[in-house]
Write a protein of this length. Structure first.
Ligand SMILES: *[C@@H]1O[C@H](CO)[C@@H](O)[C@H](O)[C@H]1NC(C)=O
Ligand SMILES: *[C@@H]1O[C@H](CO)[C@@H](O)[C@H](O)[C@H]1NC(C)=O
Length: 481
């Protein structure tokens, strides 16, 4: 499907002048052709909301997650889907970046779509996590975790000759742009792009020292070249899936990808695994030794490294507890900053890396989730997990977070990445107290359940893939919606 017909784009570009002429001449609406009238009436459909949307979904700028798609009805047709992913989760460690692909394609395979995954060889003595007979893994022959796009391409072509795929899905640049230009039914998901990395470089440099670090200076200028390079090769990919609203905007406004080839589908998290459970949370609190009368418990999860913003939390929390003795910070994760946190005394509890099964208890145990990342790369899973568990968030003011998660001030707090600003929102949260934070958490959960669940994410992909197979599915709503 070539979705970006020049016809509709020209039409839109001419609209303002058309309506101005009409108004000037005071011509009655009667003289406009029915097609133009319909077009004028359908204008609100390109706004930022899905409420009462109807029309061609390729014109939508809002995230497809928010469409009420019928997950309880069978798919209108079964798709044959090829997936290019450098890695695939193994049974012993089903975490990491590729979790997105596993969640998505397991869901689609359960809906009867036939998924073929092309990925690197599994690590020695490991097996891939396969949950369905509809999901087949084609592992490369080479060394474990070694991705070779050429080899994957050959395997794909052999499979495509047996029966052509309806859709090809690439996780980031797993399918190299050299091959991408040959695949008209390709959709690529971007989990972080160079323009975001440029911003993260700026933030990291700012917290490092007052002087420009020469090494960072070099990597910052490299980042600019990477942006330019991406703008050049992104056009080889037919369909672009932006995993946050802000990346959608960047692709349209800076990367010059035609709007009808950019589709926003936010990441989603398995709502069966992350949900509200007060009892579980309270049990976790007493288990790790949080006193009953604790005023506020803040939590952090992830790798404890500098570019996740730990120098900021360390300094801000250290100051906070000089005036609030019964505020706590619990930390799930490993990394160089663990030891420093341990030096902060009894108000900080480090838990090491938590297994996925314990994360739900962790989110339910805390009053607010702190996410000071300096790396705006993709849409962070942990924030979504927290929101689904009914825990409000305190996060760096980044376009992806502001545009897709903290879209309402009720959902928590945002801060520019510096110690003073983080300290101020920490003070504000403490002053509010638990009851108010709980109320914010309820609103987070409501929002997340309407948009950020694995079901919402997967149904949005299904619809996009259907639309790539046959344009008639691009219209919304259809009989089965
Ligand atoms: C950083 O790069 C700029 C531009 O290339 C240059 O003018 C400046 O001297 C560099 N600074 C350092 C500390 O390397
Ligand atoms: C697309 O779907 C419509 C409606 O189901 C069908 O009539 C049409 O033949 C399909 N087109 C192609 C190219 O498969």
């Amino acid at each position: 499907m070539r979705s970006s017909g020049p016809y509709s784009r020209t039409k839109r570009a001419n609209l303002p002048s058309l309506s101005r002429i009409l108004t000037c001449l005071l011509l009655p609406l009667l003289t406009i052709s029915p097609g133009a009238l319909l077009y004028l009436l359908s204008q609100p459909s390109t706004s930022n909301t899905s409420r009462s949307f109807s029309g061609d979904l390729r014109d939508a700028e809002f995230s497809w997650n928010s469409l009420p798609l019928p997950f309880d009805k069978p798919a209108p047709t079964s798709l044959r889907i090829a997936v290019f992913s450098r890695k695939w989760p193994v049974l012993s460690a089903p975490g990491g970046m590729e979790r997105h692909a596993l969640t998505l394609h397991s869901f689609l395979s359960r809906r009867g779509h036939r998924i073929h995954v092309f990925t690197a060889a599994a690590p020695v003595s490991e097996k891939y996590d396969i949950s369905s007979e509809y999901l087949k893994i084609h592992a490369l022959k080479g060394r474990p975790n070694q991705w070779q796009c050429e080899e994957a391409w050959e395997l794909y072509e052999a499979e495509n000759r047996i029966e052509p795929f309806d859709v090809v899905h690439s996780e980031s640049v797993a399918m190299h742009h050299r091959f991408a230009s040959r695949v008209p039914n390709l959709a690529v998901s971007w989990h972080g792009i160079a323009s975001e990395a440029l911003q993260s470089g700026i933030y990291q440099d700012l917290i490092r020292s007052p002087d420009m670090d020469p090494a960072l200076n070099r990597s910052l200028s490299m980042a600019v070249f990477k942006v330019i390079n991406e703008i050049r090769f992104f056009k080889n990919y037919e369909h672009h899936i932006a995993t946050s609203d802000s990346v959608g905007e960047i692709l349209r406004d800076i990367y010059q990808v035609p709007e009808r080839r950019v589709h926003v589908i936010l990441n989603g998290v398995d709502e069966e695994k992350f949900g509200l459970d007060d009892e579980l949370g309270n049990g976790f609190r007493s288990e790790i030794g949080i006193p009953e009368d604790a005023k506020i418990v803040m939590g952090i999860a992830g790798r404890l490294v500098r570019d996740k913003g730990h120098p900021l939390v360390y300094a801000a929390f250290k100051k906070l507890i000089t005036t609030h003795s019964n505020v706590y910070l619990i930390i799930a994760g490993r990394g160089p900053w663990e030891q420093r946190y341990n030096g902060l005394g009894p108000n900080v509890i480090t838990l090491g890396a938590l297994p996925p099964s314990r994360l739900k208890a962790f989110y339910n145990a805390i009053d607010i989730f702190v996410h000071p990342t300096l790396r705006p790369q993709g849409l962070d899973q942990t924030l979504i997990e927290s929101m689904l568990c009914g825990t409000p968030i305190m996060a760096t003011r980044l376009p992806s977070i502001k545009g897709s998660l903290l879209v309402n001030k009720e959902f928590g707090f945002m801060f520019p990445p510096n110690v003073e600003a983080l300290g101020a929102v920490m003070e504000a949260a403490v002053a509010e107290g638990r009851r108010r934070l709980e109320e914010r958490g309820r609103k987070c959960r409501e929002y997340a359940r309407g948009r950020l669940t694995a079901t919402k994410m997967a149904m949005a992909h299904e619809r996009l893939f259907l639309c790539i197979k046959n344009e008639s599915y691009c219209m919304y709503p259809l009989g089965f919606d």
